[in-house]
Design a protein around this ligand. Structure first.
Ligand code: PGA
Length: 240
């Protein structure tokens, strides 16, 4: 999955060096970022003119905190490629005025001309970014209270479960679906139910990722473990 995703991203960068990528954090894209770094080292694919905007950031953590997504992005990708880090954007989780920060981030995405290719993961509850079930499909960048299942899923990165922040800033669902193209990555057995629901359920705000069915340019790259829940032949699917 990671190789297919990274090959696709590299192809896009090569055909348009000034591309704006929307990036995600978490376990799912880690392998993809490793492949991008290896390719940069071996083949010299350049990120000099690439702009990036990340989906989300925890409220209350500065960019230097080792659990912040800013830190994740630096250590998992930005420090290992030739991107201009002034062009690599994330919401500021330690902003004094969080509401203003949401507004600033939404405007920033608009001002840079929107996202060309957005990388997404999916939560077990169908969240995209940190847009938990029930979030409006029209939402813009906003502050969210994290679902307890999301805090539990992310506790693996923190010393103590209670250390997981309770809030985050996230691109809204309306922000995400404005992206010209979306690449959704789904991996592992823990995501098989989410994948099944995504394919089989109706488009409904109780399952945020379902909105992707209405987007005109979405590709889903799914590994075998996450795809196992689907009956063969139900959808045209090639399992990696
Ligand atoms: P994960 O998170 O990649 O760590 O599973 C994905 C998500 O919650 O969107």
């Amino acid at each position: 999955m990671s190789k297919v995703a990274s090959d696709y991203i590299i192809k896009k960068i090569k055909s348009s060096s000034r591309i704006t990528l929307g990036l995600a954090t978490g376990g799912t894209p880690e392998g993809t970022y490793k492949h991008l770094i290896n390719d940069h080292r071996r083949n010299g694919t350049s990120y000099k003119h690439v702009t990036t905007v990340n989906l989300d950031e925890y409220v209350g953590l500065s960019g230097n905190h080792q659990n912040s997504y800013q830190y994740y992005m630096r250590t998992n990708l930005f420090d290992h490629i030739d991107i201009n880090q002034d062009h690599a954007h994330l919401p500021k989780g330690d902003a004094i005025d969080i509401e203003m920060e949401c507004k600033r981030y939404e405007e920033l995405i608009e001002n840079i001309g929107g996202v060309d290719l957005q990388l997404l993961g999916i939560g077990k509850n169908g969240h995209i970014g940190f847009n938990e079930p029930g979030t409006s499909f029209q939402s813009k960048t906003h502050v969210v209270t994290l679902a307890s299942s999301t805090r539990e899923a992310n506790a693996r990165y923190f010393d103590r479960p209670d250390d997981v922040p309770t809030q985050a800033i996230t691109m809204g669902i309306g922000t995400i679906v404005k992206s010209k193209e979306i690449l959704l990555l789904i991996a592992g057995e823990s995501k098989k139910e989410a994948f099944k629901k995504l394919i089989e359920n109706d488009v409904d705000e109780s399952f945020p990722a379902s909105i992707l069915k209405k987007h005109h340019n979405v590709k889903i790259i799914v590994d075998e473990k996450a795809a196992l829940s689907l009956e063969k032949g139900k959808i045209p699917i090639s399992v990696i």
